[in-house]
Design a protein around this ligand. Structure first.
Ligand SMILES: Nc1ncnc2c1ncn2[C@@H]1O[C@H](COP(=O)(O)OP(=O)(O)OP(=O)(O)O)[C@@H](O)[C@H]1O
Ligand SMILES: [Mg+2]
Length: 397
């Protein structure tokens, strides 16, 4: 494995370049690893790149998709770099038309991208022949390792639950006994062992989605793709399906890439997230890092504080984010005591995001930003993330 000048090992399968500390570098071949990496330039979206030493299970590189119909062109994807690590639940959010479904359909090659590459579990799918309706043998085999769950379940009404789950097993040529055994195991796994002989129209929406998930797991996939799997469900059923996805992720080590337009979905099950707009990923990263990133748009949507007061003229308004160990510190009273200052609390909230307790507090200190440089430094030294808000709501530091 190549080693950089700073001593980081770089594992990025299939790529001659990597991003190290925000710089895009060409990595020397293993044989010549004594050579330092050559700096090519500043990475376009350093946050979207995996860190050195990270292995990725889904990678898209500069992915574009242009639909052409009746002389019109629609650019659905305009250069998407996505890096999903093994065993994580990765959420993609964005408004309608942002390109989310196109991205997920390109990841399993239901749509062939116009340019760029897609690799899943070490196989570069874009290098395999066929696609969309006529996949070649290698692409069909690679796809088997990618399960897909749909918003409207896509179950066959004329088949029983068991027969729906058996369908992909028939396609791969398992005999009847093997199919029955596997379908029974999968239905048990999703909590529907007693519904094997029911038909889809005898099931609730949540039960239908469980069948959809069991069917998606039939090929023992490494990766599960989900396009708005809970959008047609009520909030309680949504929670139970998300819990099932989380359980499967943990029990089977399954990597999940899910598309949603609901921030609550991201908050409750995802480890990482990407925000799409106009066919591009405009922000991405682990939720914990995003929450600690000044000015992060995703963090603001995950944890909005807009209803809180914005302070008075001539004061300094701080937004303090605390998570993990820092959440137990009585930092407001410590700050007031240490610097003999008054602190006006404008608002505070605590949320559980990705299983971690995260708190945010907006406070107002007398005097200008300059006057408060020392107390702000003190808070940052305590491991707290401090954003200084401008006089009219904008983040300035
Ligand atoms: N088959 C197609 N032919 C032409 N244009 C398409 C096709 N599929 C998608 N598009 C266009 O590509 C863009 C992205 O669509 P996409 O379905 O990926 O968005 P989305 O983010 O999933 O939206 P939603 O949240 O509404 O599902 C849109 O402008 C859409 O109209
Ligand atoms: Mg969509």
């Amino acid at each position: 494995m190549p080693v950089t000048r700073e001593g980081h090992a770089v594992a990025w399968p299939g790529r001659p370049t990597a991003t190290i500390k925000g710089w895009q570098v060409r990595i020397p071949l293993v044989k010549r690893c004594a050579e330092p990496p050559t700096v090519i330039g500043r990475a376009v979206d350093a946050d979207a790149r995996p860190r050195p030493t990270e292995i990725v299970v889904i990678t898209t590189t500069d992915l574009t998709k242009v639909y052409r119909s009746r002389g019109r062109e629609v650019t659905a994807l305009a250069g998407v770099d996505l890096h999903v690590r093994p065993g994580e639940v990765y959420g993609v959010v964005g408004t309608s038309g942002a390109g989310k479904s196109t991205l997920i359909r390109c990841v399993n090659m239901l749509e062939r991208p116009t340019s760029g590459t897609v690799s899943v579990d070490g196989v570069e799918l874009t290098a395999l022949s066929g696609g969309e309706n006529r996949a070649g043998r290698e692409l069909r085999e690679a796809r088997r390792r990618i399960g897909m769950v749909f918003q409207h379940f896509n179950l066959l009404a004329s088949r029983t639950v068991q027969q729906n789950v058996e369908l992909p097993l028939e396609i791969i040529g398992l005999d009847r006994t093997q199919r029955r055994r596997k379908a029974a195991e999968l239905l048990d796994l999703v909590g529907l062992g007693d519904k094997a002989r029911s038909y889809p129209n005898q099931l609730s929406g949540g039960q239908k989605q469980r069948v959809g998930i069991a069917r998606a797991l039939a090929g023992d996939p490494k990766v599960l793709l989900s396009d708005e799997a809970t959008s047609a469900l009520d909030p309680e059923t949504t929670r139970s399906i998300l819990k099932l996805l989380r359980d499967l992720n943990q029990q089977l080590g399954l990597t999940v890439l899910l598309i949603t337009h609901e921030m609550d979905v991201i908050k409750s099950v995802c480890d990482s997230a990407a925000l799409m707009r106009g066919g591009r990923v405009v922000e991405s990263g682990e939720l914990a890092d995003l929450l600690a990133k000044p000015g992060s748009e995703l963090a603001r949507e995950l944890f909005p504080l807009s209803e809180f007061g914005t302070g008075h003229a001539g004061t300094t308004v701080l937004e303090i984010t605390f998570q993990g160990d820092t959440s137990a510190q009585p930092f407001v009273s410590q700050l007031a005591r240490t610097y003999q200052i008054d602190i006006n609390i404008l608002g505070a909230a605590v949320e559980t995001i990705s299983g971690r307790m995260v708190g945010r507090m907006r406070v107002e200190l007398a005097g200008s930003h300059q006057d408060n440089v020392v107390p702000i430094g003190y808070l940052r030294e305590q491991g707290l993330q401090v954003d200084v808000l401008g006089a009219v709501n904008g983040v300035v530091a």
